[in-house]
Design a protein around this ligand. Structure first.
Ligand code: FAD
Length: 405
């Protein structure tokens, strides 16, 4: 069977559906193709089932990229408020959880339904559970003009011809629900460069020697400031049976590279030096004093670790020298730890790196080398912080391409 369309979008996720809606509104005939049986599985599982669909305080500074200015234009043309208007149009209730993060009141399925309805309203065609086996770019006029080129896709089901091809296949995270390296392979086929790829927004693992010390802390959550490579985040960290997780760790993982130490301030909201000075002549045990500011289970395990160093944390406060107290402060406010790695793509929320933005127009997402070929969403080297920014990038980049395909 042969199909002729104006636009084929591979990947029926957040970015692909937004692009399809916008292209459809412009009267383009659009086919959305996905190898999964269900569309937008990542939206479904996002935000703990309630989809943190945008962030009210979205700024270019919330994104990592080799080219930090690339995201500006698309973010300026489709803003968080534009997506909120869509929710209002569909009577979907939402709330701000914290720090501008907007979530559905009910379920992330509402966002999928919204996008599907908008696609259907502009006659987008669907082809799910379908595999693209081959992509060719051919000249239909027989002359050298690149505007006479079109794409021929051979799938397990049919042959599709289209003037515009949009790759919206996302990153490598959560292969269990359909993530694949397809987008990067298409880039390779057309000689388009890809920056190095890493799991991001991901938990970090302890080295074996640290695991023996800290595994007992599994389940403890502490408000902390984490720093690495010039970035810093103040949120919770969570000790796990393999290492560290929680929002602050997920955020810093995007800045972390193997071998880097992370710095953790476990008492960011207290002037701990002043507190220790105040009790300097007291008989209270240091551990009992610290347990007023940190979880008791943390202090107990931490004390056992400290006993193996030159600093004994079990003494009455009055027995410490100034030097020792400074050492304690350093351990608690500038704890340096070098993770062994991350828990990998099976658990990561996103992939850092992707299609080199220098290959793309920031206005249209079209590649300069191959007119008619577009990349949108997470497959591009634009990675958002935790908090709704990655969906906002999917909407904004999908919208941008949708105006031009
Ligand atoms: P995707 O949504 O990943 O869509 C890609 C589509 O391409 C999929 O449907 C896939 O099946 C399809 N595809 C892949 N390979 C092929 C192939 N070979 N052939 C055909 N189709 C293919 N971000 C937020 O902003 N807020 C959140 O609350 C949030 N929560 C998250 C929770 C989890 C557990 C995870 C994993 C991610 C979360 N994210 C969140 C990140 C967000 O889901 C992604 O950044 C976003 O979905 C990227 O959109 P996309 O359209 O580029 O790619």
């Amino acid at each position: 069977m042969k199909l002729i369309k104006d636009v084929v979008i591979i990947g029926a996720g957040a970015a692909g559906m937004m692009c399809a809606i916008e292209a459809g509104k412009r009267g383009r005939s659009v086919l959305l193709l996905d190898h999964a049986t269900k569309l937008a599985e990542k939206i479904r599982i996002s935000g703990g089932g309630r989809c943190n669909f945008t962030n009210l305080y979205t700024h270019p500074e919330n994104f990592l990229s080799d080219n930090p200015h690339f995201c500006r234009s698309a973010l300026a043309r489709f803003k968080p408020q534009d997506f909120v208007s869509l929710l209002k149009k569909h009577d979907i209730l939402y709330h701000e959880k914290k720090l501008g993060q907007l979530f559905c009141n009910d379920s992330s399925q509402q966002i999928i339904n919204l996008l599907q309805k908008e696609c259907n309203a502009v006659n987008v065609a669907w082809q799910l559970s379908s595999r693209v086996e081959r992509i060719d770019r051919v000249n239909i006029s027989g002359e050298g003009d690149s505007h006479d080129q079109q794409f021929i896709l051979r799938t397990d089901r049919n042959t599709i011809t289209a003037k515009s091809l949009v790759i919206a296949t996302g990153g490598l995270s959560i292969p269990q629900i359909g993530a694949s390296a397809f987008g990067y392979r298409v880039a390779e086929q057309f000689n388009i460069s890809v920056t190095s790829l890493h799991p991001a927004l991901v938990a970090l693992t302890f080295r074996p020697e640290d695991l023996t010390h800290y595994a007992e802390m599994s389940g403890i959550s502490i408000d902390a400031v984490i720093s690495c490579n010039g970035a810093s985040f103040h949120e919770n960290i969570l000790f796990t049976h393999r290492g560290l997780s929680g929002p602050a760790i997920l955020q810093i993982s995007s800045y972390w590279s193997p071998g880097d130490a992370i710095h953790i301030n476990l008492l960011p909201q207290y002037a701990i030096t002043d507190i220790l000075s105040e009790y300097k002549h007291s008989a209270i045990l240091l551990t009992n004093l610290l347990a007023r500011y940190l979880p008791k289970r943390f202090v107990d395990t931490w004390s056992q670790v400290m006993l193996q160093t030159e600093l004994n944390p079990m003494k009455p406060m009055k027995q410490y020298s100034d030097n020792e107290l400074n050492g304690i402060v350093e351990h608690l406010q500038n704890w340096k730890i070098t993770p062994s790695g991350t828990v990998g793509y099976r658990k990561a929320e996103v992939t850092r790196g992707g299609i080199n933005t220098r290959e793309l127009s920031s206005k249209t997402m079209e590649t300069s080398k191959v007119p008619g070929l577009y990349f949108i969403g997470e497959v591009i080297d634009v990675t958002g912080h935790l908090g709704g920014f990655n969906f906002q990038w999917a909407w904004s980049s999908g919208y941008a391409a949708g105006q031009y395909v």
